[in-house]
Every structure is written in C-alpha cells, then in structure tokens.
Ligand binder design. Sequence first.
Ligand code: FE2
Ligand code: FE2
Length: 204
Amino acid sequence: MATKTQSRQSSKSRSSEKSAFNWGDGNRNMLLGAAVAGAAVGLAANMGRKFLVQATSGASGDWADALMMEHELTLAIFDKIEATDDSQTVMRSHLLMKLKYALSKHANEEENVIYPALRHAGRTQDAEELVAEHGMVKNYLYELETMRNDSPEWLARVRSFRSMIEEHIRDEEDNVFPTLRSQLSDEQNSKLSAMMNKEGFKFA
Ligand SMILES: [Fe+2]
Ligand SMILES: [Fe+2]
C-alpha cells in the first residue's frame, strides 16, 4: 500500500518539477500514515490467514467434527496425488508437501490433546495404538520423500499409505471419537475443542 502511494506521489512530484525528497509536511505525513496503515494491513492479513486456515477445521466448534473434516481434507489430497502421472514430478512433490503439512497439523492436535484425553479416560491401549500408527504415517512420508517420484512404485507406495490411513481414520471415527465424546461431559468436550483449536492454530 505504501509503495503504491509512494509511486503515485513520485510521479506527481516529477510533474511539478519537485525533488522526490523535497515534499512538504502534508506529503510526508500522508506517506507515514500510509506506511503505518500498510503495516497494520499486513499484520491483519497474516492473522486473518491464520484464522482462515484454522477456521477450515475448527469452524464446527466440536473437536470430533473438526478432526473428521481434516480427515476429509487429507483424503482429498490423496485423490489429487493419485490423479497424477509419472511425469508430474513437481506436482507430486508439491502435493506430498501439502499432505505432510496437513498430517503434521492433525497429528499435533490429536497427540497433544485428544490422545492424552483418551489415556485420562482410561483408554490407554487405544491411545498407544493410535500413536504407533502415527509413527507409521511419518515413516511413509519419509519413504515417499526419499524415493524417486517418477515411477509406478512411488504411486503404489502412496496407495498403500492411503489404505493404512483410511483404516486409522475408520477406527477413530467409528470407535475412538464417539466413545470418548460420550464419556465426557459437555463442559469437558467444549474444553477439549478449545484446547485442540489452540494446537491447530500453532500450525495455521
Ligand atoms: Fe490419528
Ligand atoms: Fe485423525
């Protein structure tokens, strides 16, 4: 914003044969105001982006609904990867990066809030199994990042990764999440949603 104002002012100054460094107080104040406003807009834009990113998953207000929405988003990235062919290596790298980001945010929310709540509710074994599966997710991501991505083997690995994740998702959505939600009071569920939202915001 400040740059645009400055360039507009510069051409105006040139046309009236004034030096660009010889503006009156009015111009200086205007520029200063524009610079401050520009910085404020930049800051607001960054915060706005964070809210927007987190709102995608946190909009429902309920922790389980938000996590299920993230599952959908994750599977949509898999769809895009599976639609690529062996020549689209740059696209594959880009989508893999997106997948890694989405899964890291999701794991951060589950491992820092939901799985501890599970253990707290006496479901330690469920929590441990899910954590172990998140470990497998990291292994798959590492493998896919280190393999050449211009071969059918790479895509085959992606498909095996997807079916592992789909099973994990089914377990969370059909068993773990509904049971945990019913074990907790409304107040505890709200608290969990707020805590999880805060974790997600760190990644937004
Ligand atoms: Fe999970
Ligand atoms: Fe999940």
